[in-house]
Design a protein around this ligand. Structure first.
Ligand SMILES: [Zn+2]
Length: 318
């Protein structure tokens, strides 16, 4: 599960990316025709959809449908069918809210836009989709991202927050800066007591932190702590990737982020080089979080670059 999810994340950018490293193979091999969309009721009129790529949250009701994130373009029809098959409404997906710009969360923007949905996202999501650039941890994990098509770009953007008033709920997207990327939003469904954390909270092990796109471990920790503090204890948490979770799961994740950051900071204070940190296996106690996408060495790089403000070399696109 952990490895598989990691590949989805990498595959995320497949359609628009120049790849570096072995992960490219996984992306090219991905066959969307075999992906099935599984819809699970989370609470009230909120559903979670899993297929390939990031988890989707859906508010389905009398006013129509609002979804958070939309996986990959080739899955858009299956996502539409899964929503319809729930038998709740024949009304369309009126709004798509993107938690951040990565292709495994925004890949469906174009087909959904073409079908009449309005895409909403934080300002930096549109900027990064429009310009393309480099995603990565500032070290060995690095993916080129091509500029997105016009139909992929969010039509409505916001700086700090936006609220969509549909299906009797004030669905609120709130920007948390410099976590997984610089354009992350956490989406709150207060009436149903559900939250979609985007990739600031994932269940596949050490998280990918897109340092090259303005992310940082400090921001990820701050986002999770700030968001958790304003949520009821029994809130249902949809992670960016992985199974439906609760606040205890979020706390365990934050604890790991804090402890590993402290270990790398300590090594920095001792003037250890990045190579020495890897050689000394300073994150060995957290080895169970090592995955096929972000292994322990890649996470040491992530923390090192986060804590030193190093964002890696940037790639240019034509
Ligand atoms: Zn992401």
């Amino acid at each position: 599960m952990r490895g598989k999810t990691g590949i989805w994340v990498i595959a995320a950018m497949a359609g628009m990316a120049l790849f570096h490293g072995a992960a490219a193979v996984a992306a090219q091999d991905q066959d969307f025709s075999k992906v099935q969309i599984k819809a699970t009721k989370v609470s009230g009129n909120i559903y979670m959809l899993e297929g390939a790529g990031g988890n989707i949250a859906a508010s389905i009701g009398e006013d129509g449908i609002v979804i958070v994130d939309d996986q990959y373009a080739p899955l858009a029809e299956k996502i539409q069918a899964a929503l319809k098959n729930l038998g709740i409404t024949d009304k369309p997906v009126r709004f798509v809210i993107n938690t951040h710009y990565h292709g495994d969360h925004t890949g469906g923007n174009e087909p959904f836009s073409n079908a009449g949905s309005t895409v909403i996202a934080q300002d930096n999501v549109r900027k990064r989709l429009e310009s393309g650039g480099t995603a990565g941890n500032g070290g060995s994990v690095k993916m080129g991202v091509k500029p997105a098509s016009k139909a992929t770009l969010p039509i409505i953007t916001f700086e700090h927050d936006v609220t969509v008033h549909l299906n009797g709920e004030d669905i609120r997207a709130l920007h948390f800066p410099a976590g997984h990327t610089d354009g992350d939003s956490i989406i709150f469904f207060p009436k149903n007591n559900v939250v979609h954390m985007g990739d600031d909270f994932v269940r596949y092990g050490f998280p990918f932190i897109d340092v090259a796109s303005g992310g940082s471990v400090q921001g990820m920790i701050a986002a999770m702590e700030k968001a958790s503090a304003q949520l009821p204890a029994d809130v249902k948490v949809i992670p960016g990737h992985g199974a439906l979770s609760n606040l205890d799961d979020v706390r365990a994740f934050v604890k790991m982020l804090k402890e590993t950051s402290a270990v790398v900071q300590q090594a920095l204070d001792e003037h250890k080089t990045l190579d020495q940190m890897k050689k000394d296996k300073i994150l060995a106690p957290w080895e169970k979080f090592s995955g096929s996408f972000i292994n322990t060495d890649a996470f040491i790089e992530t923390l090192y670059n986060s804590l030193t403000g190093h964002k890696g070399e940037f790639m240019k696109h034509n």
